[in-house]
Design a protein around this ligand. Structure first.
Ligand code: COI
Length: 362
């Protein structure tokens, strides 16, 4: 069997147009799911098998499955776009496939081969292509997930895994994101430590961020921003997004990856895109004290969050335990908008793709 035939579409379904269109009106983020899902299973004896695209349906999982006890779980997020010419495309799916392998290795799970990841997302995108919204900034968000399904207790890597991919038509992640989000600087909680799982895309990292996110909300803020766990000095990332700073001289900066920060595909794309647009881009540590001082002096003029879900979302306000500061004139800045438009234009086929990032599907 060639890997191109691994995921069978025999059981896939189509739903009536009116039902689909009703579901796709104002989908928001993460609450509407398409007709089908991809899935596959792994056992130590048989390797990866049983790949299929079949109707979206609840899973049958043993209550003793290892994932429920020791959290062996990883996931990804990538988007399918409608192109100007009517075709559909994925954005850098190979980058997500490779990160999925790395996350699996960090969590001692059986990695899903890159070709199988790519086949699963491509086939699901093609099967559910009618679920791709057409408006600018909207897309079909794919959520690949893998978890330890072996029924057992005992802290050890599982020998059985389940993989599946969901597809969600989505609009903006933040309801009023274009007018900017506010951040709460977490001083009590850390997201990741050196040698931990910070650079893996595993559910545990997000679980660990939730108490801090709840604290941010109690403080009236949209999102939490984490500092490094050792010195509580260096800005690392938000609960589920990377961060960039924009300076008056037109340069941009983002914290360097060092094991504790998620290597975001959007983050990497922006660094490359900036270089091409003639914007100086640095990967350098930035302290919370310097951020506040630079925002107050006017040296820093913009900041934004970025991720597959968030795309590029301006930051307008930062709140700490002892102070609060605004970013620039608290509106989306010129460089933030320039990068956002340049990225969306490539993703949606409105501009040339000099990087070969856009993978058009048949
Ligand atoms: C993504 O950007 O794809 C994520 O996984 C982050 C989450 C906030 C939805």
């Amino acid at each position: 069997m060639t890997t191109q035939q691994f995921f069978s579409t025999q059981k896939s379904i189509q739903v009536a147009t009116d039902k689909r269109e009703a579901a796709m009106q104002n989908p928001g983020f993460g609450s509407v799911f398409s007709a089908n899902m991809a899935s596959a299973r792994y056992t130590a004896a048989d390797g990866w098998h049983d790949g299929q695209i079949a109707p979206y349906a609840p899973l049958a999982i043993a209550p003793s499955a290892l994932v429920f006890h020791y959290a062996q779980e990883i996931f990804e997020g990538l988007k399918v776009y409608s192109q100007e010419d009517g075709s559909i495309s994925l954005f850098r799916p190979d980058a997500n496939a490779r990160r999925f392998v790395k996350s699996a290795e960090r969590l001692a799970m059986a990695p899903l081969p890159v070709e199988l990841f790519l086949e699963s997302v491509e086939k699901l995108a093609l099967t559910d292509r009618d679920w791709i919204p057409k408006q600018r900034g909207s897309s079909l968000y794919l959520r690949p997930v893998m978890f330890a399904s072996q029924a057992a207790l005992g802290v050890k890597p599982a020998n059985e895994y389940s993989y599946y991919v969901l597809a969600c038509p989505v609009g903006d992640y933040f309801k009023d994101g274009n007018s900017g989000i506010s951040l709460w600087v977490s001083e009590n909680y850390s997201r990741a430590g050196i040698g931990g799982t910070g650079e893996a895309k595993c559910g545990g990292n997000y679980a660990a961020s939730l108490a801090a996110q709840a604290e941010a909300q109690r403080q009236g803020c949209d999102q939490v921003v984490f500092l490094d766990s050792r010195e509580k000095t260096w800005v690392e990332e938000l609960g589920g997004m990377n961060i960039f700073f924009v300076f008056k001289d037109g340069s941009i900066q983002t914290p360097p990856l060092g094991g504790t920060i998620l290597p975001g595909v959007t983050r990497d794309s922006l660094l490359k895109l900036a270089a091409r647009l003639g914007i100086e881009a640095r990967e350098e540590p930035y302290s919370i004290e310097q951020w506040e001082a630079d925002a107050r002096s006017g040296k820093l003029v913009e900041a934004f969050a970025c991720g597959t879900a968030a795309v590029i979302t301006p930051i307008r306000q930062v709140k700490r335990a002892t102070s609060e500061f605004a970013i620039g004139d608290a509106k989306a800045g010129a460089i933030t908008l320039q990068l956002k438009n340049a990225l969306l234009d490539i993703q949606q086929g409105r501009a040339e793709d000099p990087f070969g990032w856009v993978k058009r599907l048949a």
